[in-house]
Design a protein around this ligand. Structure first.
Ligand SMILES: NC(=O)c1ccc[n+]([C@@H]2O[C@H](COP(=O)([O-])OP(=O)(O)OC[C@H]3O[C@@H](n4cnc5c(N)ncnc54)[C@H](OP(=O)(O)O)[C@@H]3O)[C@@H](O)[C@H]2O)c1
Length: 255
């Protein structure tokens, strides 16, 4: 199937590792140009080198999405380098090292507000884009009531993100901008959260595996496949969808 992504101009936030990296990689393999960011310089430079060696059009520099001015300036320069914007994939999450109410504040910033910030920056450009689309990376933690204790705030913010995205999908139909989400289950990748769980909490890791009907965690590429499809013109009549990529971990009917 031709996804229609050749020469599409795409911003993927947090493309230096894990799911964001796989998403950026997949866009590139389908002929799109990408811009991405992360805070850490080393992993970002490694990813950009890899893409440049493939002959891809890929831009990127280090920025913290939670710093409004720095991120706005990064975003405008990314759009300028791309020559416009057709697709935003808002992917970043950040490790929450706080407790109590500060933990809620941090989760609000990391898993909701920065997505809204990216959206506000993208919209004026997407309105002039070709077959424009937004995809957010949410999580099945949004609908689980038996999350790990560390995921209470994260799950609630991901739920708010899904509500926000669905309202946006309705509002932006008049501008032909599609808005969708992907909700991964536990995803195993190098230097990722679940690699740490495997090492330090093997019982929890086994429990997560067993919740999947395939008895395994998912891969970044499996999430990327869903995200890239939803962002592509091949999904031209799909908007307001939250696609679970969780190996059947959530045991409810997905109407
Ligand atoms: N992995 C899972 O099991 C899983 C499950 C469900 C949902 N998800 C969702 O999938 C998305 C990606 O997850 P992941 O596992 O790939 O995450 P990850 O391994 O933590 O990677 C996050 C990416 O975002 C960057 N980043 C983090 N904070 C940033 C900030 N403040 N400013 C700029 N860049 C920042 C990271 O680079 P730096 O750290 O260098 O900044 C990295 O490139 C997230 O939305 C997550 O909630 C993941």
């Amino acid at each position: 199937m031709d996804l229609g992504l050749t020469n599409k101009r795409v911003i993927v936030t947090g493309g230096s590792r894990g799911i964001g990296h796989a998403i950026a990689d997949s866009f590139i393999n389908d002929g799109a140009a990408i811009a991405t960011c992360a805070r850490g310089k080393e992993a970002l430079a490694k990813a950009l080198n890899q893409w440049h060696n493939q002959g891809a059009t890929a831009f990127g520099s280090s920025v913290d999405v939670s710093e409004p001015e720095a991120f706005a300036s990064w975003f405008e320069s990314a759009v300028e380098q791309l020559g416009g914007l057709d697709i935003l994939v808002s992917n970043v999450t950040s490790m929450n090292e706080f407790t109590g109410l500060d933990r809620w504040k941090q989760a609000f910033e990391a898993d909701l507000l920065q997505h809204i910030r990216a959206t506000e920056l993208a919209l004026p450009h997407l309105k002039n884009g070709k077959q424009p689309a937004i995809v957010y990376i949410a999580s099945i933690a949004s609908i689980m009531t038996a999350n790990m204790p560390t995921e209470t705030e994260y799950g609630a913010m991901k739920a708010a993100l899904i509500s926000y995205a669905n309202q946006l999908a309705n509002k932006l139909g008049k501008d032909n901008i599609r808005v969708n989400l992907v909700s991964p289950g536990p995803i195993y990748h190098e230097n990722g959260f679940w690699q740490g769980v495997e090492k330090y909490k093997p019982e929890l890791f086994k429990r997560a595996e067993a919740l999947s009907v395939f008895n395994r965690l998912g891969t970044s590429q499996e999430v990327a496949n869903a995200a890239v499809f939803l962002a592509s013109p091949a999904a031209s009549n799909v908007t307001g969808t939250n696609l679970r990529v969780d190996g059947g971990t959530i045991k409810t009917v997905n109407f």
